[in-house]
Design a protein around this ligand. Sequence first.
Ligand code: PMT
Length: 393
Amino acid sequence: MELLGKKIVLGITGGIAAYKAAELTRLLLKQGAEVQVVMTEAATHFVGPVTFQALSGKPVFTDQWDARMANNMAHIDLSREADLILVAPASADFLARVAQGQAGDLLTTLVLARDCPLLVAPAMNRQMWENPATQRNAATLAADGIAILGPGCGEQACGETGDGRMLEPAELLEEIIAFFQPKVLAGRKVLLTAGPTFEALDPVRGITNLSSGKMGYALARACRQAGAEVLLVSGPTGLPCPRGVVRVDVTAALEMHQAVLAKAAASDVFIGVAAVADYRPATPAERKIKKSAATMQVDLVKNPDILADVAALPKPPYCVGFAAESHDLPTYAEGKRVNKKLPLVVGNLITDGFGGDHNTVVLFDAAGAHPLPTASKAEVARAIVAAIAERLA
Ligand code: PMT
């Protein structure tokens, strides 16, 4: 429920992508938002208002002369309670009319009379988008403080390929969730590690652990939503890269060490969420090991400590470590903080942290222990981001 209680006016203009606005409505509602749909006359040629009424549970407005508003002022009343207006899809014609301050129908009048932020998701043929007139209009809208989401690039309904596709509903949802987050890390560069590492024994086997990557990915997403430029160095996970985050995929601890140290000095914050293998097989077999012997010994050598090496740089970024412990969390987490010379460590029990969608963490800094309530990893990540931002300020 990342949009709980948010009131969103969803404007829909005439374009084939209007059908995707139905899925977007559903996604916004699923996150707890209240959605009021307003359609242009052209939009109703693509999808009927009944569809949106059924999905949103509210009457859909299409006409500025709609008599349902007691004072007949739909253009004022519909936006006054709204936290934002999102127009998706936004046609070339709509962008042009808003850029000129026109108010010839309900949606443009509503937009002109708004006292809340406006976000638009352009959707049109690539030539229409590239046309200098559309580009001029988009630049005017941006200069007026209107957020332009996309467009994306790809195959278009007309059969051509290029820029002009409306962002997918899930991408727009991410943008809306991010919009509501305070930009406490704006202008900061954040480097993170996430997931497990995999230390090869032979070409098909290895030593790894049960980290799913969820906590690290949630933190990368929360940092991005807080306005940071985010680089995520990820061990093997099946998770999709969070929107707006740059990801470098690695497998073993040595690769993770190399990828992190290449970027650490240029970062403002480093967060080590990965469950890095402490040891790796000394000499991985080049060929698949055969089960000829009844027992086998494997020599292990210690991996470099990525976090400790970053913290030991001449001008280290603000370093945050994680500690997953089976017992005595305060002792071990605080011990790691002191030994690795870190300002902040996030401690979690292995029963809470590994694999699931929720986590219970305690922050350890020089002032002591600060427990956070059990919450989803997305919420825990936001609380950690707030704690980092507070300490950076
Ligand atoms: O991925 P999930 O399933 O969501 O699970 C999340 C998590 C439990 C893996 C995560 O919340 C967590 O606690 N990660 C740290 C795991 C751990 O206990 O690490 P550690 O105690 O081995 O290392 C302490 C810190 O040093 C960590 O920040 C680790 O990233 C870092 N480290 C450790 C060893 C090493 N060679 N290099 C490192 O950078």
